[in-house]
Design a protein around this ligand. Sequence first.
Ligand code: 4AD
Ligand code: MG
Length: 430
Amino acid sequence: MLTTIKEVSGHVGKEIKLGGWLYNKRSSGKIQFLQLRDGTGFIQGILVKNQVSPEVWERANNLTQESSLYVWGVVREDSRAPSGYELDVTNLEIIQIAEEYPIAKKEHGVDFLMDHRHLWIRSPRQRAILAIRAEIIRAIQGYLDTNGFTLVDPPILTPSSCEGTTNLFHTKYFDEDAFLTQSGQLYMEAAAMALGKVYSFGPTFRAEKSKTRRHLIEFWMIEPEMAFVDHEGNLKIQEELVAHVVQQVLANCEQELKTLGRDLSALEKVKAPFPRITYDEAVELLHREGFTDFTWGDDFGAPHETKIAESFDRPVFITHYPTEVKAFYMKPDPNRPEVVLCADLIAPEGYGEIIGGSQRIDDPELLKQRYEEHHLPLEAYQWYLDLRKYGTVPHSGFGLGLERTVAWICGLDHVRETIPFPRMLNRLYP
Ligand code: 4AD
Ligand code: MG
């Protein structure tokens, strides 16, 4: 039976067997220090020449970086070790001596590392990021599953667009045209009318020619949609969810956050409620801060979002955007129809928009009018209009971008490290 490095604390003083890889090795003549990894963590194995058989010593001598092996040893607590434990090696068995490993300990350029992404993910930093990503997913699903939401899976191949036609991936669907989904939202609205509170979690695609630190071509979104929930209720769920996620990661990923050198004090502040400012107030703030040529009706870019976020120590909602910069389905503010009941949630520390959401139009006549204004063909969107004809109710929802959230919580300067195999403007390999 194999033990994992993650579990060694329960085996102090006992002999265990690990399956793993050699990450690095140091030798001082009579002692070899093996940096071992097994997927769950890293541990140093100590091999003393006169305490193991000559064969075992020789095998350890032959190990190259990333060689695979089984190793036996006795777990010892050691406060100097990063993980708090070391392994006094008693035996080892080689599975394979690895060929010369392309990723050496020296610095490599990003392109080289991205070309070797299939190997790069073995490194401590990348492993930590992927482990935190998994914890974030667990926290999101845990929150939604225990708060009355039902998971519903919208389709990936779709006949029409949700977020506008400019960045759709086109494909043939036998004799018809089809597109890869940009957002499952429209389908989730149908699901909310069937199940009340629902959420989806899946990949979405944007054929965007943007090459920024925040954009991926393929990214994952969590899209909750809720019947009988208005704009205000929508924001409450979002702040509770995001605060819950951050606190769960802090509680469960201490080691990984340490590996990344993340400033934990910034994350500890992330508790509900979050500050809110209107689009109008955000524009005033930008004018005060020197963005004098920003005009009402423009959409915010990354520098604007970063500047706005600087004024707050936790995520901030920007609400009530001009109707014309937002999607066709957003409900206008009844008191002021030139703005919509929407909010973007901007992460602190310059990580930008992590959530976009709104209350949805529930009036069939207004929705039809929007179809005309946005040149949306009625045949393609008839089913979506049906949701307003057969028992329409106030409803709201949002989309949380997983990779932006991972980048923020991990403190990364680019989303390319937040997903195992990023799809970017100039990258489809590996
Ligand atoms: O703001 P977006 O476009 O909203 C929607 O798609 C809505 N239909 C969601 C909904 O209400 N159900 O995207 C939502 C989030 C953004 O806030 C951002 O975090 C992320 O998805 N996102 C991206 N992440 C990485 N790369 C991209 N190209 C992204 N585009 C959006
Ligand atoms: Mg958005």
